[in-house]
Write a protein that binds this ligand. Sequence first.
Ligand code: FRU
Length: 492
Amino acid sequence: MEWTKEQRYRTMEDVSEDEIQALAKTVNQCPWRQSFHIQPVTGLLNDPNGFSYFNGEYHLFYQWFPLGPVHGLKHWYHTKSKDLVHWENVGMAIEPSNEFDRHGAYSGSGIEHDGKLYLMYTGNTRDEYWNRHPYQCLAVMNRDGSIVKMDTPVIAEVPSGYTDHFRDPKVWKNGDLFYSVIGAQRKNETGSVVLYRSRDLIDWQFAGEVKTGLGEEFGYMWECPDYFEMNGQGVFLFSPQGLIAKGDHYQNIYQSGYVIGSPIDLENNELDHGDFHELDRGFDFYAPQTTVDHQGRRILVGWMGLPEIDYPTDSNGWAHCLTLPRELKIKDGKLIQQPVPELNLLHGKMVEISRSVENENVRLDNFEGDVYELLAEFSDSNAREFGVELRVGENEKTVIKYDAVEKKVVFDRTSSGESFAEEFGAIRKCTMDNAEKISFRIFVDVSSVEVFVNDGVEVFTGRIFPDKNSNGISVFARGGHTNVKAVKWNIN
Ligand code: FRU
């Protein structure tokens, strides 16, 4: 169904309770509703926003279009959790309501200040010719959870030299000052990020463009920037649009990744850094955001989806979910991503097996399911390739394997079920040298797979849409043998 502009920009005031109920009914009939991921009650979810630990709880908001599986008038939806695993749907958090955000409360971040949670976000507006004008706005959440929007924007103008693609403020504090990075497109239509500073989160001064080593040839827009320091190093995360696919890299419509270097020089806006790395080597991952919690952990959540792609759940009136929270660490100049240990709270019944597999595909008898965690460790392999098959049915399977000839980890969703995004291919690969041992820690939900390879050295995330009866799990080796130790926990 084509959505008109009018349909996409209706305000919730014009929507009846009956209409919402009817949509919720369609959504709840969808066979691909997730079981332990954050997903919208109705409509479309995109970027994680305002991720923070505040007042004894984790708060995680997301971009939300309530009325259907399309990008329209964006709101902030609020979820919260005490343990990063069990999330409560709190409800609408920021609703577009004034002349500074009337076409959408776009992405932004949260930071605690004076006992309150400050939410800085982009107010999207369009004029009568549909030209954009972005404002950077502020809303403040009190300890009782009430959210009050400021009447006027805190940054009203796009700095000179940049287009109206100016959005997604991410705020952090250094000493007495707050800093914000904001995604910006230069007038020559190349991507960049600019820096602002403030004493009070209200009065912001433009500090200039962040000088990176990526120059002017790294995509046409950088969305959702994020900056933090860890082990005395500076990590800059962003989602560049317009990178050209190269080898196994940049295979999705848009990418998300990071560079690591010395801490940003806040006097000169300079960031000295190494190569750009993709955060996720799978299919459905974009616009991640991090926060630091009360234990000092740096935690990342991403949008498990991409813009401009139709998904099979669209016909049921909803789209997308968030990824599981991942704890970040730096090792050998790269980010390691591990599912937060709290996810063990989800563990139900366990089964395990240890065996050798040689030129065969073995269906594991007691290892069925559509919602579980699986840890598969392979050792002493001389096989050409080996791995696991998930969600196996008569004509379906999702394959996670190691190709020892190419020395690559492969995620193959060619036969996963209902296909989508086919123009971007159904196989993702990434090089993994020194693979004495290969381990896949895999979280399977009703319609997604997240694979943490070798303790988080690489991660592959992908939505899959199999038949509900495709529940088998197999291990295989071709052209030789491997030893596999597999443990599976049901997730209830
Ligand atoms: C990234 C993005 C952001 C924007 C938001 C709008 O997916 O395009 O740049 O703030 O989504 O929903």
